[in-house]
Design a protein around this ligand. Structure first.
Ligand code: FPP
Length: 243
């Protein structure tokens, strides 16, 4: 039976976040350059984005480039940037066709000019779309984001625009890059690694975590369906007890 038929569409997570890992290993296993794995990874991005939108997921966040990724060999970084520019440019039409809004989180000023320009243009063009929001985490790390939020709040306090005792969960969340979006309820990581790699650490406080050994280029819409079925079997208590 098609795994899709086991998904309860009434109980979908509103926001799914994905750590897309394993592109390099996927390529190396075939005796190819790591970049080939990233290229194949783009195909999986396309398939999963389409599948998530079709199901009715409202937000999909993809960890596309971490602040730590800048320390990879220069050739790999520039190939990834090129791939991002090319993909964002080529996919804008598809995003429009599928009524998907593109957004981004991360230290975007770190991106090379071409990439930033392409990204801003795609975000502008798709800004009115409302079927699903696709959020790319680019030059993103959770610690960077949290430190930035702390900096913003302390500057306000220093200028007497904020009373420190008024700082709470909500106010802190409003200072994060993810302020406009609900927290993810499901976090998926591919490639068999059991790590969070500095991704959305604040936002996943109550998220369900799903790890799969599949490498990202092999992750298909059926794998997304399996993750959602697993999510729907779990009892989410948010620290409380069941009545
Ligand atoms: C992790 O695999 C993947 C990345 C660092 C980049 C992900 C990028 C893409 C899928 C392509 C561009 C994406 C978009 C949204 C257009 P890895 O290189 O860490 O793999 P490894 O752990 O096997 O080395």
């Amino acid at each position: 039976m098609d795994p899709k038929e086991h998904i309860d569409l009434e109980k979908l997570p509103s926001h799914v976040a994905v750590i897309m890992d394993g592109n390099g290993r996927w390529a190396q296993r075939q005796g190819k350059e790591r970049v080939f794995g990233h290229e194949q990874g783009v195909k999986a991005v396309r398939e999963i984005t389409e599948a998530a939108a079709e199901l009715g997921i409202n937000y999909l966040t993809l960890y596309a480039f971490s602040t730590e990724n800048w320390y990879r060999p220069k050739e790999e970084v520039s190939a990834l940037m090129k791939l991002l520019v090319q993909t964002i440019g080529e996919e804008t039409k598809t995003l429009m066709k599928n009524n998907i809004r593109l957004q981004a989180i991360g230290n975007l000023t770190d991106l090379d000019m071409k990439c930033l320009a392409e990204l801003k243009e795609a975000m502008r063009i798709t800004s009115g779309n409302d079927r699903m929001t696709l959020i790319l985490a680019l030059s993103y790390s959770s610690r960077w984001e949290i430190v930035e939020a702390a900096r913003k709040l302390s500057e306000k306090a220093y200028h007497h625009q904020l009373d420190p005792p008024s700082i709470n969960d909500d106010l802190f969340s409003q200072c994060l890059n993810t302020a406009p979006y609900p927290d993810p309820e499901l976090l998926i990581r591919t490639s068999g690694e059991y790590r969070l790699s500095n991704f959305l650490l604040w936002q996943i406080a109550y998220a369900e975590l799903y790890f799969t050994p599949k490498l990202w280029p092999d992750f298909t819409r059926n794998d997304l369906y399996e993750a959602l079925i697993d999510f729907q079997k779990r009892e989410r208590r948010f620290g409380k007890i069941t009545s």
